[in-house]
Design a protein around this ligand. Structure first.
Ligand SMILES: *Cc1c(COP(=O)(O)O)cnc(C)c1O
Length: 417
């Protein structure tokens, strides 16, 4: 690994470190915190307490949040179930539907670049006797609708395909998938964690039967999320995964996290009101970052189609630099790399590999996740810093030298050692 010293100046108004990893989690919006505060103190009641005002107050907070969540995705309040986050929502939707519709069939369709909360849930169901099809994605990150059409058979009960990818920001053709599923009498669940509050989501127009979302990716608190479950055309049933007092219409028992739920509701309301403008601002910053990098660096490319893309996402590969050295060089900027830490080893991202990237290129990729609290000055600093570090690392790279000299490095026979 190489280390390089960067000499980029820190512009006025920029404080280090810079947070640009908003797909991993987002800071709490102060307005969300303000809405939550009373529910930690005076309004501490249990939303299930039916016979005093402490309970009613808490319940009121919860029911208002249910309306706020529903409104953001075009659902009705009764279709919203509160959970501990999207991992639980995905588990509840997929296992809950699989169990409930077991007599109708045992086949589930998903795709390769899903979040682990979906993939691992599907693997678990395979052990329990379900059949799961994992669709590949094309080089641009999108599934092929023809693959999906072919995969549906008379035993298919569920299609679960994410709305927008958390690494490459690619938005799947959700409305088309929903339409196809409804024509074929198959239920459609989508992990919409990265899409909700960032791009328009409408469960009716898009024929979505179940949808997972979480607060902490939309400037709300961690540990709270929701599952939308369709009640009409068709009425979707799920079997509960947590048994207890029958909260949330029996689908998710456990005392409700009232302050968290109120925070999720407020985060959804803010997103609904500000999404259009915010998306424009984020896309503007994202394009500015991309243009700056592309103006100064060669052998870089964007991962995932830019045509169907989240406004705040930019995933780029910087070929001929070592990923670890690059990350070290920009360690005053919080971003994610194309490496996933599994135990002691650095594994290349399975999402980038599914697009056809080699291990080296996957490792030298960076996910920039722009969010509500980033600004242009930060974007400029990040661009300058990345450019500086990549250029310095390439000066040290014999591979880059050879490529520049026009040697076809794919034809070199490396000596084994
Ligand atoms: C973050 C994330 C999840 C997990 O959500 P939690 O609320 O943290 O459990 C699931 N799916 C996607 C696409 C995500 O980005």
């Amino acid at each position: 690994m190489s280390t390089v010293a960067s000499t980029v100046e820190i512009p006025a108004g920029v404080t280090l470190p810079i947070y640009m990893d908003n797909h991993a989690t987002s800071p709490l919006d102060p307005r969300v915190l303000e809405a939550m505060m009373p529910f930690f103190t005076q309004k501490f009641g249990n939303a299930a307490s039916r016979n005093h005002s402490f309970g009613w107050e808490a319940e009121q907070g919860v029911e208002q949040a249910r309306e706020q969540v529903a409104k953001l995705i075009g659902a009705t309040a009764k279709e919203i179930i509160f959970t501990s986050g999207a991992t639980e929502s995905n588990n509840l939707a997929i296992k809950g539907i699989a169990e409930m519709y077991r007599e109708r069939g045992n086949h589930i369709i998903t795709q390769a670049t899903e979040h682990k909360a979906v993939l691992d849930t599907c693997k678990r169901l395979e052990k329990a006797g379900y059949r799961v099809t994992y669709l590949p994605v094309k080089a641009d990150g999108l599934i092929d609708m023809e693959d999906l059409k072919r995969a549906i058979d008379d035993k298919t009960i569920l299609v679960t395909i994410m709305f927008a990818n958390n690494e490459i920001g690619v938005i799947q053709p959700v409305a088309e998938i929903g339409k196809l599923c409804h024509e074929r009498g198959v239920l459609f669940h989508t992990d919409a964690v990265q899409a909700v509050g960032k791009v328009p989501v409408d469960v009716n127009a898009m024929n979505i039967d179940a949808l997972s979302l979480t607060a902490h990716k939309i400037y709300g608190p961690k540990g709270v999320g929701a599952l939308y479950v369709r009640r009409r055309n068709p009425r979707v049933q799920i079997s509960e995964q947590i048994n207890g007092g029958g909260h949330e219409r029996g689908m998710r028992s456990g005392t409700l996290n009232v302050p968290g739920i109120v925070g999720l509701g407020k985060a959804c309301e803010l997103a609904r009101l500000e999404m259009d403008e915010e998306a424009k601002r984020l896309a503007g910053m994202r394009d500015r970052l991309k243009a700056k990098l592309e103006s100064k660096l060669d052998y870089i490319h964007v991962n995932g189609t830019m045509e169907h893309h989240l406004p705040g996402n930019l995933n780029m590969s910087f070929v001929y630099v070592e990923g670890e050295s690059l990350l070290m060089g920009i360690n005053d900027i919080a971003v994610s790399s194309g490496s996933a830490c599994t135990s002691a080893t650095l594994e290349p991202s399975y999402v980038l590999k599914a697009l056809g990237l080699g291990d080296d290129v996957a490792h030298s990729s960076i996910r920039f996740g722009l969010g509500r609290f980033n600004n242009d000055a930060e974007v400029d600093y990040v661009a300058d810093k990345v450019i500086d570090v990549v250029q310095k690392l390439r000066e040290l790279s014999p591979l880059y030298e050879m490529v520049k000299e026009g040697i076809d490095i794919t034809k070199i026979e490396w000596q084994a050692h």
